[in-house]
Design a protein around this ligand. Structure first.
Ligand SMILES: [Zn+2]
Length: 152
């Protein structure tokens, strides 16, 4: 399942990438571009725009009713019964690329020293030249996800 989100939903896009779902977002996409790309790339459009939602086949669109980001994430997870574990932290949150494992000796000097000393696993986005590691944010994300999904 792949997504495209409208210009109002950048933070939701970031969350879907954290979950490992292929999600495109660009603050400059017009409604026509969103509509066209959703069809061309067979992506589900997530939008806060009821006019745009009305133009879409309901099977390939979800009108986001929630205001707060965490509730938007919950709405999408529940609606599509998303798997929140399988591909967690496999995608770059900035650009949507799949991140790759990188050996520890290649990141020395490129991450803060305490991170280098305390982490064993590192990941790399080729497109953004960004290094990821299993830090405290992972625990926070897991805690939030379990809160969001427990009342399903
Ligand atoms: Zn990236």
């Amino acid at each position: 399942m792949k997504f495209i989100v409208d210009v109002m939903l950048g933070r939701l896009a970031r969350w879907l990438r954290i979950l490992g779902y292929d999600t495109i977002y660009d603050a400059h996409f017009t409604d026509d571009e969103l509509f066209f790309k959703a069809h061309q790339e067979k992506r589900i459009l997530l939008t806060r725009d009821s006019d745009l939602a009305g133009r879409m086949n309901p099977q390939f669109c979800l009108f986001i009713t929630e205001q707060a980001v965490r509730n938007q994430v919950k709405q999408v997870i529940n609606h599509f019964q998303l798997n929140t574990e399988e591909n967690l932290f496999t995608r770059c949150t900035l650009c949507n690329e799949v991140i790759k494992s990188i050996s520890k000796n290649l990141v020395e000097g490129r991450v803060p020293k305490f991170v280098f000393d305390s982490s064993q696993e590192f990941y790399y986005c080729e497109k953004c030249d960004k290094i990821y590691w299993a830090g405290s944010h992972i625990k926070q994300v897991r805690e939030l996800l379990s809160k969001l999904t427990e009342q399903r």
